[in-house]
Design a protein around this ligand. Structure first.
Ligand code: ZN
Ligand code: ZN
Length: 278
């Protein structure tokens, strides 16, 4: 059971991304090349969102990683922490051209992200989460496969791992509310990715059809992860994760069109059946 305090917690990286979105809101009605391409591929705004999110994620990474770089430089030169803070503020103001009035708020969030980056999950917490997952017979929350709980089988691709839903490297907390059990394959492929826009969604454009023998080879695990990520690893209809509703399946929105990122949606076992009969 999650405790109620956890529910209200937000990762500093997530907060920082919200600030960036406030400062640079998506202008859906603009006349950019993205809007034009979104229109011709009938993405209904989804392509605009992907490009927007990917650009915001890029900005978030630049801020967190540059700050980490500056901090390490300062530590190497044995400088005081306030020298690092001055450098960070100068980077935000002079290099990134953030408006003066937002620099205080942004710096505070960046420092919190750096703090989270360093904090690994305590082994006692990992033990507790793994033990509970084993008792509940929980599968990987991403791909839904059965987990190997014997830690001695370290080479197993289904070995249980404690995964940060919002990546630690991007300012994700090592607390219960941000942790889930995943298999080692999904954990490593998800890496420090935030959402579907961080994956190579543009490469997902398959030639084969569902029943072709090459389909499973073409639909690589990276692609599956990107597709699941676009619905935050939940069924697009009922919102169930694979831990509850079984492995999430794929179906096309338009059955006459090919299997490509914008035409594929994600369903639990039950809803994959109803979506296909339509
Ligand atoms: Zn998995
Ligand atoms: Zn469902």
């Amino acid at each position: 059971m999650r405790n109620s305090m956890d529910e209200n917690e937000i990762n500093p990286g997530e907060q920082l991304r919200e600030v960036l979105k406030e400062l640079f809101p998506a202008d859906v009605k603009d006349n950019s090349f993205i809007s034009k391409i979104d229109y011709i591929v009938q993405a209904d705004g989804e392509l605009i969102d992907l490009v927007y999110n990917s650009t915001i994620n890029y900005l978030l990474r630049r801020l967190i990683l540059t700050a980490d770089f500056l901090k390490r430089q300062g530590e190497k030169d044995n400088r005081q922490n306030d020298v690092f803070i001055t450098k960070l503020r100068a980077f935000l103001k002079d290099d990134m051209h953030f408006p003066e009035k937002h620099i205080g708020r942004i710096s505070v969030l960046i420092l919190e992200c750096l703090d989270k980056r360093k904090k690994e999950v305590p082994s006692s917490t990992k033990d507790k989460i793994r033990k509970k997952a084993k008792n509940d017979n929980k599968p990987c929350y991403i791909c839904g496969s059965e987990l190997e709980f014997d830690l001695k089988k370290e080479r197993s691709h289904n070995l249980v791992q404690v995964e940060h839903k919002w990546p630690r490297a991007m300012g994700g907390a090592s607390n219960d509310f941000n942790l889930e059990v995943a298999c080692s394959t999904c954990n490593s492929k998800k890496s420090d990715y935030i959402d579907a826009s961080d994956f190579h969604y543009e490469k997902i454009c398959l030639v084969s059809d569902e029943n072709d023998e090459y389909f499973s080879t073409e639909m690589k695990r990276e692609y599956e992860l990107a597709l699941w990520a676009k619905r935050e690893f939940k069924c697009s209809i009922c919102g169930k994760t694979s831990s509850v509703g079984g492995k999430l399946k794929f179906a096309r929105k338009n059955p006459n069109d090919s299997w490509h990122f914008l035409n594929i949606d994600i369903f639990c076992e039950k809803h994959s059946k109803t979506s296909k009969t339509k």
